[in-house]
Ligand binder design. Structure first.
Ligand code: PLP
Length: 400
């Protein structure tokens, strides 16, 4: 199998994780259970510490553990929703994932949502003018919060002017929610340097560890200020103050309940440890795979290929390892992805859960793409095999 769908879930996982998972499982019998060896609870604490260290967070931040990025996104959006007033509205970015768009639509409704949209096809730029125009159209009322995707899962582009974004939210005292699901493990997230000494204390970052960190699924997180108005999404057993019918108010028990996914948390600890050393090397590997792919793609001499599929022409962040092929229509896109699948080559066709994101090119709008996403374990010979099969598929489509 050739796996080019790493933006959805990374495969293979790190060898050190496979090794850990092949050993007898840990158990977690309760957070204050006497029979518990301390080893398992340490895994949970270590995860929080590792994540804060890995993202170079300041002392102002805490980590709440969730089961996915989606749960973390819901946790923070739901909390803001609980204290909104009637006129409040939210500004989101057009490259946001459904893990943001759907809770926003369910909780706020279309009329309370405004889209930040600089140039279609360029989800990598915070456009202050655009936000100011929205605020003006709302008679000067500022949004309750901004929610941006740090790195697009469609194109892999990263917000280039994050400093300007932080300055804006700081100057206007607006909370910012940043989706770092794709960027964590792909690029160094450095919260201290993002914040500089701005004193801004309304930054919320959420994500998961199974993508560029190459850990297993089952762990999400919210990195949030110590002082906050977060409220639980769920209520239940925490193993503490068990005679009380109400959720304990102290952190982390207030926002976390239920049994931890200890295997996933320990895998994430291993992954963060490896990423510290390999993040730059992995970026180089992905860049070289992207460049190699483009060269090989451009050598395909199937006549009139461009009538059917166009290689995403610009805004490629090579280091993300993501490339898009833009099919002339959805049927062609589906057909190509299915034919590749029959050859055991896994790519993904669709809008990749980012329905607001669109490529605009030569007067044509592409809202679904064939996304090819590498990780550091892919090879140039896999790309050669892909190109060979793809060429064959396209040739067959054309003669039919
Ligand atoms: C940018 C982005 N945000 C959020 C998510 C949701 O992640 P999870 O499946 O962990 O909820 C994804 C997953 O594809 C994503 O790519």
């Amino acid at each position: 199998m050739i796996y080019f769908n790493n933006a959805a879930d990374s495969y293979p996982k790190l060898a050190a994780i496979n090794d850990f998972l092949s050993k007898p499982s840990f158990f977690i019998a309760g957070r204050d259970c006497n029979c518990q060896t301390n080893k398992e609870l340490k895994v949970v604490d270590n995860f929080r510490e590792n994540l804060l260290e890995f993202t170079n967070a300041t002392d102002n931040f805490l980590v709440t553990i969730t089961s996915s990025a989606t749960e973390a996104s819901n946790l923070v959006i739901n909390s803001f929703n609980k204290c909104k007033s009637d006129n409040d509205y939210v500004i989101y970015d057009h490259s946001n994932h459904n893990s943001v768009l759907r809770p926003l639509h369910e909780l706020y409704g279309e009329n309370h949502l405004k889209m930040h949209n600089n140039i279609f096809g360029s989800p990598d730029y915070f456009d202050k003018d655009c936000i100011e125009r929205i605020i003006e159209s709302e008679n000067g009322l500022k949004p309750q919060f901004l929610v941006f995707s740090h790195q697009s899962n469609v194109t892999g582009s990263i917000i280039r002017n994050i400093d300007e974004l932080i300055t804006f939210v700081k100057d206007n005292d607006i909370p910012l929610i940043l989706d770092i699901t794709q960027s964590i493990g792909n690029t160094q997230i450095d919260i201290k340097s993002i914040l500089k000494d701005s004193g801004y204390n309304k930054l919320y970052l959420f994500g998961t560890t199974h993508k560029n960190l190459c850990s297993i699924s089952g762990t999400g997180f919210l990195i949030h200020p110590k002082e906050n108005n977060l409220v639980p999404l769920m209520y239940g057993g925490t193993g503490t103050q068990s005679l009380d019918y109400k959720q304990p108010k102290d952190y982390p028990h207030y926002l976390e309940c239920g049994t931890y996914n200890i295997q996933s948390l320990q895998s994430a600890n291993i992954a963060m440890n490896e990423a510290k050393e390999f993040i730059d090397i992995n970026k180089q590997i992905k860049s070289s795979l992207v460049r190699y792919f483009i060269d090989k793609y451009n050598e395909i001499n199937t006549p009139e290929l461009e009538k059917y599929v166009i290689l995403q022409p610009k805004f490629i962040n090579e280091e993300s390892g993501i490339i898009n092929l833009l099919p002339s229509n959805d049927d062609i896109g589906k057909l190509i992805a299915n034919e590749l699948f029959k050859k055991f080559i896994i790519v993904r066709f669709g809008c990749h859960c980012s329905p607001k994101f669109k490529f605009k090119l030569n007067g044509h709008t592409y809202d679904q793409t064939i996304r090819i996403s590498f990780n550091q374990f892919n090879t140039k010979s896999e790309i050669d095999m892909f190109i060979k099969e793809y060429d064959h598929i396209m040739f067959t489509i054309m003669v039919q």
